[in-house]
Design a protein around this ligand. Structure first.
Ligand code: C2E
Ligand code: MG
Ligand code: MG
Length: 622
């Protein structure tokens, strides 16, 4: 076969390597074998030479080629290096006459080499190495053969260059994938990699019927470490925690960093649910060991939430969310513990989210109403005021009590709007009693205000506008609030309370005796009324300590010039006891339950005497 068609065949084979993922080694192995078919030679080899790296042979068509390649790289001398250095082909038709390579030539001759032709592997101005053609008999290669050889060397160089670029790209893709899948601070897998592994784990768990568990780990009070020691110590702590977590786990488990101080552990092939609890306990204990970082000894704990793969758990994201919920459940119990997801509690919190959605716009849809409970003078049963209490007639849930709806409204940012509605409604209703047949004039109305509402911007201005708009005497409006208003920002609370006082409204401290019950609040803040919590009233009858506390509160409040209201009075005995302790007014089922504005108007007209309303207080007088 002539050289021409063979050359074109070899070239097309090389072209093919471009579109396949042919590795460098494959290209060279192919080159050296095929060139022996095309040209009148006995063997061929390739040596790669790169700056700063010792030349190394990469391919040889047979044993003898291998020997000659090795010889040149070992000696650092020979026609191949010459071709590389000069960038031109070196043709030695009779090695016996060759004097340029004093160490290579005699050993090559001895090994049977008679002629050698080498061609630089050129890539533009760069050179990658040389293609060496060996022959066991002397004689030249004709001009066509020399040209063919250089063409093949050039083509091989171009493909080598391509393959090298491809390999570099591949390496850098792998490197960037590694970076994209790992957290840069701790080196742990990140959320993306975790999700990948979790998807895989869930499929496996379905196939093998063995459990996979997700442990959501959140450091307790991590922010304090940052605040106290600075962010670099915070970072050191996260790295140290990552190391401890990794060393606590079995080799097949995954620990990933989600964000900030949140880590997630994935454990597969568990034999039972208990095992996850044991792992969580180990994790908790490992983290509880103090850390020494930058000379500081730092103690920290973690809250761990656990969720399991199982029927109906299709999505990795859901499993993480469940473990996250469980972690919050652990935190709510004070942290430094682990908790398996409690689906009932989760359902409750989902229910609250649902409620929040439904509550939005409830006032404008007419679903809210207020009921009123009379507040009665303990001496003669005269109604001195009423307390407005909120009810929500939810189309989906029925009547929702304020103990449920107020926290939902606070969380959903709806409390300001709802509180405003209650205030307006109560002022309006007050007018209806005033104009009722009984003509009762001096009935005050109490409105409960939540901490969020009180602290909201412009609250006092809103109250002023509503009270003025309803043409209500501000001294007949009482705003009730609990001690929670002082907890976050007592200074601001004081400012708002003083603004309200300036309007002329009265202020009552509600549920006194629960919460912090600090007597200093009574002194520091401009209250007019203190309402003793119904729990104390309830306990008074059977607990001498409660009796003594109620007595002390009444005395102290009077000393400070405050009026005392007792809440939750249900029995005649409680009423008599409170009267004996000097309590001023009472409120409770004993006198009247909360009722609608219409029912209240009817009650007022029934019991009105000369512009006042008296409810029966049968036993008190006796
Ligand atoms: P609170 O202000 O201490 O209201 C008294 C609660 O005790 C009312 O419950 C009332 O129905 C109940 N109660 C009255 N007398 C008795 C009694 O003799 N025995 C018993 N066992 N309970 C009695 P309600 O209406 O469920 O309100 C609960 C709490 O919700 C209120 O406690 C108040 O803190 C809050 N709240 C009610 N309406 C509103 C409102 O419009 N805005 C805000 N922010 N909170 C409100
Ligand atoms: Mg109240
Ligand atoms: Mg109360």
């Amino acid at each position: 076969m002539s050289e021409e068609p063979l050359l074109s065949e070899v070239l097309s084979e090389f072209a093919h390597t471009l579109v396949t993922d042919f590795p460098i080694q494959g290209i060279l192995d192919h080159l050296v074998v095929r060139i022996v078919d095309v040209l009148p030679i006995t063997a061929a080899g390739v040596t790669i030479i790169a700056p700063g790296v010792a030349p190394h042979y990469l391919a040889a068509s047979n044993e003898s080629a291998l020997q000659f390649e090795r010889l040149q790289t070992e000696l650092g001398e020979g026609p191949c290096l010459e071709a590389f250095e000069t960038g031109s082909a070196v043709a030695i038709a009779d090695l016996r006459a060759e004097t340029r390579f004093p160490r290579f030539t005699p050993r090559a001759l001895e090994a049977g080499l008679a002629a050698v032709f080498t061609f630089p592997l050129r890539d533009g101005d760069e050179r990658l190495g040389a293609l060496d053609l060996y022959r066991d008999r002397t004689g030249r290669l004709n001009a066509t053969a020399m040209k063919t050889a250089q063409t093949l060397a050039d083509v091989a160089a171009a493909y080598l260059h391509n393959a090298q670029a491809r390999e570099d790209l591949h390496d850098s893709v792998i490197r960037s994938r590694e970076i994209a899948l790992h957290d840069s601070l701790t080196g742990l897998p990140n959320r993306i990699l975790l999700l990948e592994r979790l998807d895989h784990a869930m499929l496996r768990s379905r196939r093998t019927n063995r459990l996979a568990a997700v442990l959501f780990v959140d450091l307790d009070q991590f922010k304090l470490v940052n605040d106290r020691y600075g962010h670099s110590v915070g970072d050191e702590l996260l790295i140290a925690v990552a190391e401890r977590l990794s060393s606590t786990l079995r080799p097949g488990d995954t620990v990933a960093r989600m964000s900030g101080d949140e880590f997630v552990i994935l454990c597969e092939d568990l034999d039972g649910h208990l095992l996850a609890g044991e792992i969580a306990a180990r994790v908790g204990a490992a983290i509880a060991e103090p850390f020494t970082l930058s000379g500081h000894e730092i103690g920290i704990s973690a809250s761990v939430g656990i969720a399991f793969s199982g029927p109906g758990k299709q999505l990795s994201e859901h499993l993480i969310a469940e473990a996250d919920t469980a972690m919050y459940q652990a935190k709510r119990r004070g942290g430094a513990r682990h908790q398996i997801v409690n689906l009932q509690e989760q359902a409750r919190s989902e229910h609250l989210v649902e409620l929040e959605r439904e509550l939005d716009g409830a006032a404008s849809r007419g679903e809210l109403r207020t009921v009123y409970q009379p507040v009665v003078d303990i001496g003669d049963g005269r109604v001195t005021g009423v307390e407005a209490l909120l009810r929500w007639d939810s189309p989906a849930q029925g009547v929702v009590p304020p103990s449920v709806l107020i926290p939902v409204a606070e969380k959903g940012g709806l409390i300001t709007e709802i509180g405003q509605w209650v205030l307006e409604q109560a002022c309006d209703d007050r007018h209806r009693w005033k104009h009722a047949e009984s003509d009762v004039d001096q009935i005050a109305v109490s409105i409960n205000v939540s901490a969020h509402q009180l602290m909201s911007a412009g609250y006092a201005d809103n109250v002023a506008a509503v009270v003025a708009g309803a043409n209500t005497d501000p001294t007949l409006v009482t705003l009730e609030m609990t001690e929670s208003v002082f907890i976050h920002d007592a200074e601001r609370a004081l400012v708002v309370l003083n603004e309200l006082k300036c309007l002329g409204v009265l202020l009552a401290l509600d549920d006194f005796g629960t919460g912090y019950s600090s007597l200093s609040y009574l002194k520091r803040f401009p209250f007019d009324i203190v309402k003793i919590d119904q729990g104390f009233v309830f306990d008074m009858g059977h607990d001498p300590a409660s009796f003594a506390i109620v007595s002390a509160i009444i005395d102290l409040a009077h000393t400070l010039g405050l009026q005392v209201v007792a809440e939750g009075v249900e029995t005649v005995i409680q009423c008599a006891d409170l009267a004996s302790l000097g309590c001023d007014v009472c409120q409770g089922f004993y006198f009247a339950r909360p009722m609608s504005a219409d029912a209240l108007a009817a009650l007022f007209s029934q019991h009105a005497v000369n512009g006042s309303v008296f409810l029966p207080t049968l036993a008190i007088a006796s």
